[in-house]
Design a protein around this ligand. Structure first.
Ligand SMILES: NC(=O)c1ccc[n+]([C@@H]2O[C@H](COP(=O)([O-])OP(=O)(O)OC[C@H]3O[C@@H](n4cnc5c(N)ncnc54)[C@H](OP(=O)(O)O)[C@@H]3O)[C@@H](O)[C@H]2O)c1
Length: 327
């Protein structure tokens, strides 16, 4: 009896750390689900800053190790097979998720396998391109606001980089929680952010945000100290005992010491897979309370262009790769 030919799939592989040009599509073995895992046929994969940071050798490179590897954590697709023990999902279910993070998930591919409970049913009212844009950004915003900061109605929340992938969802979640939302963004994004629920918008290119924002309970910092000491400067806008969630790069000793001297709090943050939170987020999307903005969809073959675009740091909402032809 001849050995069965191994099934393959297309994936974006990188053989070395480097610029966007290291991303190449090639045929690789298709994974098989282990017990408690599902095999998902990926229709679209979200692109996140951690992807291009890891591609270049920072981000989660320390977790993934040396290339070759396949980047990508955000996926939306259809369950193709289930492993032994899976009771929550069935073949044919449309799902979305951010499986395995921060370990490699291999999302820039036609198939992924991951624990069933790290997925949730995809929001019914949006397509796979939009659903793939949601998980990492939405879980970050949700876990920062709800699980980390425990934001309550009436509190004042400042979101830096409000026009980006995480930011535009943080604005909407904070509004949903009943907060007064202050957002920093360039002027061209202000009208859109007000539509999403921002009560005040600050053009960070024209004014020092700390001269305008006052008595803030929670800062969701999506910029960090690499740009004009955004995290350090944010401490001055907090109420006594207010909290800054330092999302991009953790808490430096300088930030921790200054916060302690000023009587405010800072916390590092790393997003985690969370199927139940994705179910709640899908409900909010399907209820029309939260909208996901996708600036551009690229075919899998153009992963390098998607990274080059994202690395400019000016994306409105999200970028997505599609494994099926983009018309
Ligand atoms: N720790 C974690 O678990 C975690 C999770 C998710 C993301 N992150 C990190 O959080 C950061 C944001 O992620 P993202 O996906 O939201 O990024 P993104 O979508 O690439 O952010 C792009 C946006 O940033 C805005 N922006 C750039 N510089 C700004 C500044 N100085 N002030 C205000 N807005 C500014 C731009 O808006 P304008 O054009 O209006 O300036 C643009 O819309 C990244 O560093 C990412 O790696 C960390």
């Amino acid at each position: 009896m001849s050995a069965q030919k191994q099934k393959t799939m297309r994936a974006v592989v990188q053989d070395a750390f480097g610029g966007p040009e290291v991303l190449r599509v090639r045929e690789v073995p298709r994974p098989e689900p282990l017990p408690t895992e599902v095999l998902v046929r990926v229709h679209a994969a979200g692109v996140n800053p951690v992807d291009w940071k890891t591609r270049a050798g920072s981000g989660m490179a320390g977790v993934l190790g040396q290339p070759p590897f396949v980047l990508g954590w955000d996926v939306s697709g259809v369950v193709e097979a289930v492993g032994f023990g899976v009771t929550t999902l069935s073949v044919g279910d449309e799902v979305y998720g951010m499986p395995w993070f921060p370990r490699a998930a291999g999302g820039y591919a036609e198939y992924v396998t991951a624990p069933a409970r790290q997925f949730a049913r995809k929001p019914a009212t949006i397509d796979h391109d939009h659903a793939a844009a949601v998980p990492l950004a939405a879980l970050t915003a949700w876990q920062a606001l709800v699980d980390t900061a425990d934001v309550r109605a009436g509190q004042r929340v400042l979101v830096h980089a409000a026009a980006g992938g995480v930011g535009h969802l943080a604005v909407q979640f904070a509004k949903h929680l009943g907060a007064h939302v202050v957002a920093t963004a360039s002027a061209g994004r202000h009208a859109w952010l007000k539509e999403l629920g921002a009560d005040e918008v600050i053009d960070y290119t024209a004014v020092r945000f700390e001269d305008v924002a006052r008595a803030v309970d929670v800062v969701v910092d999506l910029v960090g100290d690499t740009h004009d000491k955004t995290a350090l400067r944010s401490l001055a806008v907090l109420r006594p005992d207010g909290l800054l969630v330092a999302v991009p790069a953790g808490v430096s000793p300088e930030l921790a010491d200054t916060a302690s001297a000023m009587g405010v709090r800072v916390t590092p943050f790393l997003v985690e897979p969370d199927g139940p939170a994705l179910t709640r987020i899908a409900e909010l999307i399907d209820a029309g309370e939260v909208a996901i903005e996708v600036e551009e969809v690229f075919p899998l073959e153009q992963a390098a262009q998607a990274h080059a675009h994202g690395e400019n740091g000016r994306t409105r909402g999200k970028l997505v790769l599609r494994t099926t032809p983009v018309t």
